[in-house]
Design a protein around this ligand. Structure first.
Ligand code: ZN
Length: 193
């Protein structure tokens, strides 16, 4: 185990894979609750339990201590950005959309109306702003729930059609507000774990 799994390098310089979507997730733990242990290692253990497995070569090349994690980035409560899979490695975070997407997981957010710390919101905006110039022009940013099937075929994925509520906020509105969250989606920094 390296001393700082998942920590480096935080921001990629380039993305070679044809990425057309950045997908935002929550960790499905209560808003504002620290994960037990180092966030990417904890999430890696959850994904290992679900039998997610990274390719051996990919693992050898990047974050070898994380054998399963499906996300490319994890944003901790204090705004720290951890890496999971390499951006050029296909993730395991959004069924049917993994080939062409990058997955970002915000720690917390299990509620239908999630709350994240100001540090998390800032880190998400910074990360998305850094990634978008590296991926396909016109690439979209969506929440996991927005990828739910359009069950009634009206071309809008409505709340009743969400398979899950992840990430607990409307990504389109956040983008339209210049990547600023609505106040009720912001919560104070909890005391250290
Ligand atoms: Zn999700």
């Amino acid at each position: 185990m390296s001393p700082n799994p998942g920590a480096d390098p935080t921001y990629p310089a380039a993305v070679a894979r044809a990425v057309t979507q950045v997908v935002v997730h929550c960790s499905a733990t209560p808003s504002g609750q620290w994960l037990k242990g180092c966030a990417p290692v904890t999430i890696d253990s959850w994904h290992a339990a679900r039998s997610f497995r990274r390719q051996v070569a990919a693992r050898r090349a990047f974050n070898p201590d994380l054998g399963s994690i499906g996300y490319h980035f994890v944003i901790d409560l204090d705004g720290r950005v951890w890496t999971g899979r390499h951006v050029d490695e296909v993730g395991a975070h959004a069924a049917g959309h993994n080939l062409q997407s990058i997955g970002i997981c915000l720690v917390g957010g299990a509620e239908r109306e999630a709350r994240y710390t100001a540090e998390q919101w800032d880190a998400l905006a910074t990360l998305v702003r850094r990634l978008l110039p590296l991926v396909k022009p016109g690439a979209g940013v969506v929440g996991h729930r927005d990828l739910s099937p359009d069950a009634n075929g009206n071309r809008v994925v409505e709340p009743a059609e969400w398979l899950k509520t992840c990430p607990g906020f409307e990504v389109a509105h956040w983008l339209a507000r210049g990547m600023k969250p609505l106040p009720y989606h912001v919560q104070a920094m909890p005391v250290a774990a």
